[in-house]
Design a protein around this ligand. Structure first.
Ligand code: NAP
Length: 250
């Protein structure tokens, strides 16, 4: 039996656990299982790995995406660059070696690329957390300029506050990505505080949220007839990429 799972705290409902259980069933993978491992301190990770001898790989979620980095034997360039790890491979011989990766970047990039048009040259990234860093990394790679929009960290480079969002900024930045939790279930009546009246047909609105599938932010775009995208494909792509990483030799 090969075991996989998710570490984080607290862990209640998890997309990954459902995704991998269904995948194993659908694809007839009978020698694998995926479990939730809610650990209340990252200091408990090595003990968990020692005790769970068949554990081969882990997904990592809040609050450990950064905290796990000092425990790693190696970290891939993408994860190092954005300072966030969501997937680890566990290598065992006499010792335990942990190798860290970030697959959110892959998921976001591959889900965004088919939607991009030549006029998408400038973007607004709402939020300045881990997901926003993954988004910024991808936009850099794609040669798209961006500004972060923040309530609290306007001292960061390339960062403005919500009250600065005027017609000029909204019309020139026609890719807008919500990398905040605003609008996520159960707070589905909330939406990022931007002037939606300046959105034009050339805009592309991308919401990293996947529950609900149509946030109020995306509904505002749909009302204007613009292209919109939710975070579901990104979620599937990052999970599949983790699976690929767990199954390649180190
Ligand atoms: P986070 O660190 O909790 O929050 C991101 C940023 O959102 C914060 O740094 C904050 O930026 C802003 N923010 C938080 N609460 C806000 C509020 N009430 N109003 C306005 N802004 C607020 O979250 P994260 O881990 O980066 O994830 C962000 C979102 O992406 C979540 O909804 C998460 O579920 C989603 N996500 C989806 C995928 C996927 O595969 N689809 C992957 C990763 C994350 P400021 O303080 O600078 O305003």
């Amino acid at each position: 039996m090969e075991r996989y799972g998710l570490i984080g705290y607290p862990l209640t409902h998890s997309f990954s656990a459902e995704y991998f259980s269904e995948k194993f069933f659908r694809e007839g993978i009978i020698n694998c299982r995926y479990d939730l491992f809610p650990i209340d301190s990252i200091d408990n990770l090595l003990q968990l790995i020692k005790e769970t001898k068949e554990l081969k790989g882990l997904s990592v979620t809040i609050p450990y995406k950064q905290k796990i980095i000092p425990l790693l034997t190696s970290i891939d360039d993408v994860a190092k660059n954005i300072g966030s790890v969501n997937t680890i491979i566990i290598e065992r011989n006499e010792n335990i070696f942990l190798h860290g990766f970030n697959t959110d970047v892959f998921g976001f990039k591959e889900s965004l690329k088919p939607l991009l048009k030549n006029h998408h040259k400038k973007a607004l990234i709402l939020g300045t957390g881990g997901a926003a860093s993954s988004v910024a990394y991808v936009l850099n790679k794609l040669g798209i300029e961006y500004l972060f929009v923040s309530r609290t960290k306007t001292w960061l480079p390339n960062t403005i506050d919500y009250s600065s969002l005027n017609e000029d900024i909204i019309s020139t930045h026609n890719l807008i990505i919500n990398a905040t939790p605003v609008g996520m279930f159960p707070h589905i009546m909330n939406l990022p505080n931007i002037p939606y009246n300046y959105i034009t047909k050339d805009h592309l609105l991308y919401d990293l949220i996947y529950n609900p599938s149509e946030t109020l932010f995306l509904k505002k775009g749909i009302e204007k007839g613009v292209t919109v995208k939710n975070g579901m494909e990104m979620l599937y792509l990052q999970a599949e990429k983790s699976w690929e990483i767990w199954n390649k030799s180190i």
